[in-house]
Design a protein around this ligand. Structure first.
Ligand code: ZN
Length: 490
């Protein structure tokens, strides 16, 4: 077998002096010495900032990982590897694919421990949003390119220019006109689908592409760059006046019509539930005296209101609930939940181990008995029989016994893994920090992954039902009755 290396990764830190590369490497070496590890080491000294993964030493590390040269990557803290949880998750994935362990000293994070595995599943969950967003953005981009007359394929057409597709251009114009006529893009979607219009892939139209189409300056021959709308090289399909009219209508409408995914207001939209009336609250807004907009959660206008609950100020509620959720992630209750989940799994493993241990001990005992019987027979049958009958059996038994003893030793050396409460605490801290750092729109998506429903009682007390984080499968968090009591301001 080829020798594997410990990879020590150190990166400059612009913020603090103490995190210099030399002292980082010192700490990493001390850690290895303390652990009594004696594999050879490879050192990666990064002189670049961690804002992206476009760093020479980081890339060298990745290629060494893929070349299966690395046993484990060790760094002083996770932020040395990456400042973004998404990049960090990709990094963990690369490690997992190549069976490389990862240790970060500050967070006491080790992927070979149960808490490390749990951490991996959380990072997968968070990274999933980003991936979904990117794929949505990419497909929209490709459509936009196509509409602009640009070729989406490889490099066959180097100029990237195709003729405008007349049929599709006609549909785009119609969508703009219909929107001005109806004033609701959701109804435009219904109109298109009812009239039998289909997307390029022959599917029914969905809301979000239509919304983006109506918002896209590409159709007036312009493009968005750094948040500004600038002229593009391609002719538009829609007049500037029509496009502006649509934008104005949409600006006024999008709050009323509640396109919650396009705006970061109402982070808990659709999740708040009035217990007395058994209904979900709606998001709504109103204009103040000076034209300022106020956002509310309130009872739906249809249906009977049975409680005394008034309109709830959305901004305050959101802030408070987000704070509570961040706090909850840093809460002993969650840690206990994590511990229980891990303990349950470990119990199963441990039970299997116990079963095997008992079976092995039994078999060793019976081998000893048979060996004893055979030795007795030597006296009875005499020397000439030993070679032909007894000796082979003796050899078999001896071999089986040494196999069993080896397995026994292996099983007995498995540590009974316990979750270190300190690990859980650090994990919780990391999670709540990551959550509060996310943009509002992302927080909103995270909330929908973690929160099943938020019950509001008539006395304004709130119970949020959280989805239990599933430890076994990373893809579908299972829904369970984990709940947390929160208080919201009146
Ligand atoms: Zn109510």
């Amino acid at each position: 077998m080829e020798t594997k290396f410990f990879a020590l990764y150190a990166r400059v830190s612009t913020e603090e002096q103490s995190g210099s590369i030399v002292s980082q490497l010192q700490r990493l070496n001390e850690y290895l010495r303390y652990k009594g590890e004696n594999l050879p080491i490879l050192i990666y000294k990064e002189e670049r900032s961690g804002k992206d993964t476009n760093r020479p030493e980081y890339q060298r590390l990745l290629s060494d990982i893929r070349a299966k040269k690395i046993h484990a990557v060790i760094c002083t803290e996770i932020s040395r590897i990456s400042r973004s949880i998404i990049d960090f998750h990709y990094f963990l994935e690369a490690l997992q694919e190549n069976s490389v362990n990862f240790v970060s000293l500050k967070e006491n994070f080790n992927t070979s421990t149960p808490i490390g595995k749990f951490m991996f599943s959380i990072s997968a969950c968070l990274a999933q949003f980003e991936r979904e967003q990117i794929s949505e953005r990419t497909s929209l981009n490709m459509r936009a390119r196509a509409r602009r007359g640009l070729f989406n394929g490889g490099y066959a057409d180097r100029k990237g220019i195709l003729d405008i597709d007349e049929d599709e251009a006609r549909i785009v114009c119609m969508i703009y006109e219909k929107y001005l006529e109806i004033g609701s893009y959701c109804q435009v979607v219904d109109y298109l689908n009812n009239k039998g219009y289909r997307t390029r892939k022959g599917k029914k139209w969905a809301k979000s592409p239509i919304y983006r189409m109506l918002r896209n300056p590409v159709y007036i021959g312009k493009t968005k760059a750094d948040g500004k709308i600038v002229p593009s090289a391609f002719p538009g399909l829609i007049t500037g006046e029509k496009w502006n009219a649509v934008q104005g209508l949409m600006d006024g409408n999008h709050l009323i019509r509640g396109n919650f995914y396009e705006t970061s207001t109402y982070r808990f939209g659709g999740l708040l539930y009035c217990v007395s009336c058994s209904c979900f609250l709606e998001s709504s807004w109103s204009l103040g005296r000076k034209g300022k907009q106020y956002y509310y959660y309130r009872h739906p206008s249809k249906g009977k209101k049975l409680c005394s609950l008034g309109s709830l100020p959305a901004k305050e509620i959101d802030e408070e609930l987000c704070c509570e959720i961040a706090r909850y992630l840093d809460d002993p209750e969650l840690i206990q939940m994590v511990n229980e989940g891990i303990a349950k799994r470990l119990c199963a493993d441990w039970g299997k181990r116990e079963g095997e241990l008992i079976a092995i001990k039994k078999e060793i005992e019976s081998i000893s008995l048979e060996t004893l019987e055979l030795s007795k027979k030597i006296y009875l049958f005499g020397e000439q029989h030993i070679k032909s009958i007894i000796a082979p059996r003796f050899d078999d038994l001896g071999e089986r016994k040494s196999q069993l003893l080896a397995r026994l030793q292996e099983l007995e050396s498995i540590p009974n893994e316990q979750v270190d409460p300190k690990d859980a605490k650090n994990l919780a801290k990391f999670l709540s920090d990551e959550f509060t750092k996310m943009p509002m729109a992302d927080q909103k998506k995270v909330i929908r992954r973690f929160v099943e429903r938020v019950d509001i009682q008539e006395d304004y007390s709130v119970v949020a039902y959280l989805r239990t984080l599933c430890l076994e499968t990373q893809k579908t968090p299972c829904i369970d009755g984990a709940s947390v009591l929160l208080l919201i301001p009146r």
